[in-house]
Design a binder for this molecule. Structure first.
Ligand code: FPP
Length: 248
C-alpha cells in the first residue's frame, strides 16, 4: 500500500452493500446465502476501517423499501442483523467501536428496536470508529421527518421560518453530529444512490465497484481508499493540487 493512502484517510466512508442476491444466484445458491456471506464482509470491513483510522463507517443494512421483499427474505435479513448485534456487540465494544443507528424508529418490531437501542447505549462512550448502521432508512423519509420537526417548531412559535439554515436542517436529520461522508462506495456495478444519504452526499466522492458485496474484502477496501486519496476534492472552490500539464 502506498504512502498516499495513509496521507489522506477519509473521515467518513459510507457503503451501499449491493449484490448479495446476484452473488448467490451465480453460484446456484439461495439468496439467503449471499446475505450470510455479506455479514462476513461486514466484519472484515469494520475491522479494516478501524485499522486504517477511519472515524465513521456507515453501512446501508436495510432500506425503508426493503420491506417490499418476500417475507422470508425480510425475516432472514432481520435475523442476520439481530444475530450480528447479539454475537458481535461485545467484540465491537472491546474494540472501542461506537454504534449509531439511523433510520425511522417509529413502529419498529419489538424484537429489533430494543437490540438497536442496547447496541447504541452499550457503546455510547466509545471513541474509536463509529459504526453507523442504516436500518429502515430512506433519505427522503429522513428529510421529510426533519421538515416535520422544523415545521412543528415554527407552528409553535419556537422558530422563525426565515431562520431555517442548512445547519439547522442538518441537526434534525438522523445523522446529526456525524460529518458528511467523504466517500460513498457502492458494490455490484450499479451506479445510483437509491435514496441513501441524499442530503449528506452533496460533496461526497463516489466509487462504484463491480464486485458483489460478499466478495468485498480488506484488499478491495484498501484499494478503494488508495484511489480516493488520489482524488482532487474542490467543494465548489478551486483545486489545491497542482494542475497536470495539458496532454499529460
Ligand atoms: C443488497 O443485496 C444487500 C442488502 C439489501 C442487505 C445488506 C445486508 C447485509 C450484508 C447483512 C446484514 C447487515 C449487517 C450490518 C450485519 P441484494 O439482495 O439487493 O442483492 P441483489 O441486488 O444482487 O439482489
Amino acid at each position: 500500500m502506498s504512502d498516499l493512502l495513509f496521507s489522506t484517510v477519509p473521515e467518513h466512508v459510507a457503503i451501499i452493500m449491493d449484490g448479495n442476491g446476484r452473488w448467490a444466484s451465480a453460484r446456484g445458491l439461495p439468496r439467503t446465502m449471499g446475505h450470510r456471506k455479506g455479514v462476513e464482509a461486514v466484519r472484515e470491513t469494520v475491522r479494516a476501517a478501524g485499522d486504517v483510522g477511519i472515524k465513521y463507517l456507515t453501512l446501508f443494512a436495510f432500506s425503508s423499501e426493503n420491506w417490499r421483499r418476500p417475507e422470508t427474505e425480510v425475516t432472514d435479513l432481520l435475523g442476520l442483523l439481530k444475530a450480528f448485534i447479539r454475537r458481535d456487540l461485545a467484540e465491537l465494544h472491546r474494540q472501542n467501536v461506537r454504534i449509531r443507528v439511523i433510520g425511522d424508529r417509529n413502529n419498529l418490531r419489538s424484537d429489533i428496536l430494543p437490540l438497536l437501542i442496547e447496541a447504541e447505549e452499550t457503546t455510547r462512550a466509545n471513541t474509536a470508529l463509529t459504526l453507523v448502521i442504516a436500518f429502515n432508512y430512506g433519505s427522503r423519509d429522513e428529510i421529510g421527518r426533519a421538515v416535520i420537526s422544523l415545521a412543528k417548531d415554527v407552528e409553535a412559535g419556537r422558530l422563525r421560518a426565515q431562520d431555517i439554515t442548512p445547519a439547522l436542517i442538518d441537526a434534525r436529520l438522523d445523522t446529526a453530529g456525524i460529518p458528511d461522508p467523504d466517500l460513498i462506495i457502492r458494490t455490484s456495478g450499479e451506479e445510483r444512490l437509491s435514496n441513501f444519504l441524499l442530503w449528506q452526499a452533496a460533496y461526497s466522492e463516489f466509487m462504484f465497484m463491480p464486485d458483489y458485496w460478499p466478495d468485498f474484502s480488506r484488499d478491495l477496501f484498501l484499494s478503494a481508499l488508495e484511489r480516493y486519496a488520489a482524488r482532487d476534492r474542490r467543494f465548489g472552490g478551486l483545486s489545491v493540487k497542482p494542475a497536470a500539464a495539458v496532454g499529460s
